[in-house]
Ligand binder design. Structure first.
Ligand code: AMP
Length: 410
């Protein structure tokens, strides 16, 4: 069965068509600038049963108007079934659609088949993720309109973290805010934390349920999670993705009184300050706007730029502090995994974190293994007391697996 995986943003839509049996990606792409002038579809056919073999692997870009997400999905479906460039004969070959949904609140502790009732429950979480959930719902609506007979599944970024105990998810605020508004830690990147922690156990040939694993998802957005005996027990992102690590442009943890302080000093309102904390802070802000991209920061560091050096050191220090906190939370740690853009690609950042701070855990880095790319590997030495690994994340595959599992049961 082929599964179409959709990740819908407010003006963009990423997709992959995955063969659930072979787990091969047979086409992928994205629509950008939906509803804005200059919308375009980027589409790459990669395999599959049908026509289009001559163009396999060739990326195609089409600039064409898309006034809304329904237009965008219509174009994606047309590309997938196109006589020349398509990868399936007709839409009947798409067995199910898996949608990434950012916030499932407390309602969704696992993925679910989409029904009208599920859509209403996702809408009820819109307040908790006003930038993301409405866009995810637009994608779901558009797909339901164009493929009314095809089963759809929602896979939530928050679901994996729903196993956290209340001591990990409660904030030190008046309890009534939890009761009235469900203000608590939810955590994000759950699909990635789940995929990577399971994969680590599989690669090590160990039982998932026997391990204490810390996953460091270090991308433009970044979060750490503690996974004990196969269940998430803590994670660094909170009510929103702003909490926790220093990220590309997000501040991560700060003293909340800083918000009042900046408001008074700079004459800014709450929306303006939230914009600064989300878009102008993190390593971008720390480096005096040099870059939010770690490749640029690493180059700056090596050239002796003091702001780039400080941004990277502050980032690495915060990651190391979370690792220490989660080792304490689980009373030990067996495996530490690095994943996502920075975690998978930057041996420099991994070395900064492991060598500078984690020696007390008995961690010894294998410098040659740390240089490798694109593999599920251990980067610690065989005698290291904790196994440190690089596990490339694959959220689309995890969504496809969930979608297949739930729709095959029907
Ligand atoms: P993600 O959000 O997981 O897609 O990660 C994107 C981020 O990964 C980029 O903003 C870069 O900071 C980082 N990144 C990608 N490739 C590299 C690399 N080779 N070295 C360091 N950082 C990288």
């Amino acid at each position: 069965m082929n599964i179409l995986v959709i990740n819908c943003g407010s003006s963009s839509l990423k997709f992959q068509l995955i063969d659930a049996q072979t787990e091969e990606v047979i086409a992928k792409g994205l629509c950008e600038r939906i509803g804005i002038e200059g919308s375009r579809l980027v589409y790459t056919p990669l395999g599959g049963s049908a026509q289009g073999h001559a163009v396999q692997g060739q990326k195609q870009e089409t600039v064409t108007p898309m006034k809304n997400h329904t237009d965008a999905i219509r174009l994606v479906l047309a590309a997938l079934t196109d006589e020349e460039t398509g990868v399936v004969g007709d839409l009947g070959e798409i067995g199910a659609v898996g949608h990434r949904v950012v916030h499932g609140g407390e309602k969704f502790a696992s993925s679910t088949v989409i029904t009208d009732e599920v859509i209403r429950a996702i809408e009820a979480c819109n307040d908790l993720a006003p930038l993301h959930n409405p866009a995810n719902l637009i994608g779901i609506d558009a797909c339901r309109e164009l493929m009314p007979e095809t089963p759809m599944v929602a896979v939530f970024d928050t679901a994996f973290h729903q196993t956290m105990p209340d001591k990990a998810y409660m904030y030190g605020l008046p309890y009534e805010y939890y009761e009235k508004y469900k203000i608590r830690r939810y955590g994000f990147h759950g699909t990635s934390h789940s995929y990577v922690s399971k994969k680590a156990a599989e690669v090590l040939g160990r039982k998932y349920e026997d391990l204490k694993i810390i996953v460091c998802h270090l991308g433009n957005g970044a979060s750490v999670s503690a996974v004990q005996n196969g269940r998430c027990v803590d994670t660094s992102m909170g009510l929103t993705p702003l909490e926790g690590l220093i990220m590309g442009t997000r501040s991560g943890d700060i003293d909340p009184a800083i918000i009042e302080f900046i408001a008074h000093k700079e004459g800014k309102n709450i929306d303006e300050i939230m914009q600064i904390l989300n878009k102008k802070s993190g390593v971008l802000g720390l480096s005096e706007n040099l870059s939010s991209d770690f490749r640029d920061l690493e180059a700056g560091y090596k050239e002796g730029n003091p702001r780039a050096k400080n941004a990277m050191e502050t980032f690495a220090y915060r990651v190391a502090k979370y690792i220490g906190a989660y080792a304490a939370a689980m009373n030990g740690v067996d495996v530490i995994c690095f994943t996502a853009g920075v975690g998978e690609n930057s041996d420099f950042v991994r070395k900064m974190i492991c060598q500078e701070y984690l020696g007390y855990l008995g961690i010894a880095l294998d410098e040659a293994a740390n240089q490798k790319r694109g593999e599920d590997i251990a980067i610690s030495t065989p005698d290291s007391k904790v196994t440190v690994m690089v596990i490339p994340t694959n959220e689309e595959l995890a969504i496809a697996r969930e979608t297949c599992r739930l729709t095959a049961e029907r």
